[in-house]
Write a protein that binds this ligand. Sequence first.
Ligand code: NCD
Length: 311
Amino acid sequence: MGWKKKHLLGIKDLTRDEIETVLNQAKVFKEVSQRAVKKTPALRGKTVVNLFFESSTRTRISFELAAKRLSADVINVASSSSSLTKGESLIDTLKNIEALSCDIAIVRHQVAGTPHSLAEHTRASVVNAGDGSNEHPTQALLDMFTVKEKIGTLKDLTVTIIGDILHSRVARSNMWGFTRSGSQVILCAPPTLIPRGIEEIEHVEVSYDLPSSLKRADVVIMLRLQRERQTSHFFPTLREYTRYFSLTEAAAENLKKNTVVMHPGPVNWDVEISSALKERLSPAILDQVTNGLAVRMAVLYLLSLGKEEKS
Ligand code: NCD
């Protein structure tokens, strides 16, 4: 088995083999989720803590359910209800949680690098559930799982990621994952929403032209405009943005017949994607949610195997 890591902090740190190991394990757990009895005892006696310092519904619920399906005990700590709002430091929170012998800490934080620092201060395994604009590894793993399920491979594909690349941890994690798996990634957005120099990464290219980027795509990942992270005006008006970068019915004419279109959610209909495409695109987006559960079960299970290597 190709898994020795104690933490899952980013896709950038994973080898192609490790990605494959998670996806294969997720396949097993997807089957479990289709049974009448959806639980397995794999994490019985283990404690998982969900530490969410940034608002989230679907990711938190997905991790919570994944841990419960594996029979772990789960504690949820949200920043608004914890002593963090009373000035307790992150490290103090974690030390307290450790005093309760938690085995796995799932961390979402608005500051990039937070899960990495926590990983250095705890005996527990740490899973990054989204750190600022840096990474969101389980989202990329579930996106890759969905693509593999629908197309059969992750190799030699053209994956077009469209939208607010600059602020998107989903874009970064997917960019690392798909390039490492042997695919080409096109990042398509207005120049102000593309990180400078990103096209220097091998197998990554930048495009400011939606129709041609859609034409080449085997996979399209639409991103939400991260307005909560945008500190200045990155485009003149929303209307102007949607005119050039929204997936409208007209833009969708450029797609190949079998292109897989995904979105990490929550979708702002009529901003990233026209609501006229809702019926056509929603099923795949909901498949992503279903697959997210299986992938998170796989991650928690692999980390619980108790390898001691610190990485
Ligand atoms: C993503 C996130 O939080 O980074 N959403 C999610 O995990 N459900 C993408 C987004 O917020 O746009």
